[in-house]
Design a protein around this ligand. Structure first.
Ligand SMILES: NC(=O)c1ccc[n+]([C@@H]2O[C@H](COP(=O)([O-])OP(=O)(O)OC[C@H]3O[C@@H](n4cnc5c(N)ncnc54)[C@H](O)[C@@H]3O)[C@@H](O)[C@H]2O)c1
Length: 361
């Protein structure tokens, strides 16, 4: 899309090489903006942004947001943070640092530049909720010392920082609470329910359900979610959030498994395993606020969103769309050789020996 230079923004997307960040980058570029992607490639991948190699309005910098960043931009989307339990529990201290130090660094940058900043928060701030569906004024039920706490509490603290920078420094902030989102470019080894089930179904391996499979989740297609984030960023400065962004249609994990089996024509069987610690029984957003203020609601039904998602994983396995998703040889080998592919970070940024502030701990 052609855009006059005066209306073209230079936008920083932290975590821009990740699943959501790369789709957000595509959307902002399609709107004619410039995008600076800052990512340490901990869970993200250059494959997700390979197609932007020759795009002059796109720039990538390998940077860890736990360290300060000095750039000149008009807007910041702060998405950098591993999002799936396998990834964020790999190095829980680094996860908390990314949420908390990362928020401080990005808020400091926004304060210096006097620019708007949006935080990708999460439904995990509600923990194992006692209120259904969750509205933004529910304070949550979070275990502060559990295996998921590095993520849940890190994200809660980041929200606190965003609100304090707003109250104390008048910073123009936006906070989105993102619920479970799926779509192409999801990591095949992130251990999340959609990627797990699809990979298992495509290989005719048992579909592993935890507990009875009756626990429910809501699943938002990535295009819907990105539209919500952009609308929030563009909303009037008086509207800060937090605002829930997710799909309120509730499905049991078993229903999801059966739909994936149907779409993949898989011969996989259902296998029930013990429920992991702190796994929420039910999670569903109340999106009344997003509907009224942002005029936003998801439009892609689960069955429709699963189609391109399954195509993405199929291409990873069969190596038939190296152009589209540029799946690396390593990822494909890993996903075809092992039943549950191991996740190997593309960098060693989580290793404290690379952290110049290691002494501060
Ligand atoms: N996908 C979801 O369903 C979901 C749900 C709720 C919230 N979110 C939030 O949205 C954001 C993006 O999630 P995603 O699903 O795209 O995850 P992702 O893991 O695919 O993307 C996260 C990106 O952040 C990068 N990153 C991690 N730590 C970093 C650091 N210290 N410095 C710089 N870059 C770093 C990773 O390399 C990766 O590219 C996260 O903040 C996550 O908490 C996602």
């Amino acid at each position: 899309m052609a855009r006059l230079y005066e209306s073209r923004k230079r936008v920083l997307v932290t975590g821009g090489a990740g699943f959501l960040g790369s789709h957000l980058t595509d959307k902002l570029l399609s709107q004619g903006h410039e995008v600076l992607c800052a990512d340490n490639l901990f869970t993200g991948s250059k494959r997700n942004i390979d197609h932007l190699h020759n795009e002059p309005r796109f720039e990538f910098i390998r940077h860890d947001i736990t360290l300060p960043l000095f750039v000149e931009v008009d807007e910041i989307y702060n998405l950098a943070c591993p999002a799936s339990p396998i990834h964020y529990q790999h190095d829980p201290v680094q996860t908390t640092k990314t949420s908390v130090h990362g928020a401080i660094n990005m808020l400091g940058l926004a304060k210096r530049l006097k620019c708007r900043i949006l935080q990708a928060s999460t439904s995990e701030v509600y923990g194992d909720p006692t209120v259904h569906p969750q509205t933004e004024n529910y304070w949550g039920n979070v275990n502060p010392i559990g295996l998921r706490s590095c993520y849940d509490e890190g994200k809660r603290c980041a929200e606190t920082l965003f609100f304090d920078y707003h109250r104390q420094h008048g910073l123009d902030v936006k906070v989105a609470r993102i619920f479970n989102t799926y779509g192409p470019r999801m990591h095949q080894a992130d251990g999340r329910v959609v990627s797990n089930f699809v990979m298992q179904a495509l290989r005719d391996k048992p579909i592993t359900l935890y507990g009875t499979g009756k626990q429910t989740r809501s699943f938002c297609y990535v295009d819907d979610l990105i539209e919500g984030l952009v609308r929030l960023m563009e909303s009037p400065s008086g509207f800060i959030g937090p605002v829930n962004l997710g799909n309120p249609d509730e499905f049991s994990i078993k229903e999801l498994a059966l739909e994936i089996l149907r779409q993949t024509n898989s011969r996989s069987e259902l296998q029930f395993l013990p429920l992991p610690a702190d796994d929420p029984k039910q999670r569903r957003p109340d999106i009344a606020l997003a509907k009224s203020v942002l005029n936003w609601q998801p439009v892609v039904p689960l069955a429709d969103g699963l189609l391109p998602t399954i195509a993405h994983f199929t291409s990873l396995i069969r190596n038939i769309s190296a152009q589209t998703f540029a799946a690396s040889k390593i990822a494909i080998e890993a996903s075809t050789k092992s039943e549950s592919p191991e996740w190997i970070p593309e960098n060693r940024a989580s290793d404290d020996t690379h952290d110049p502030r290691k002494q501060a701990d």
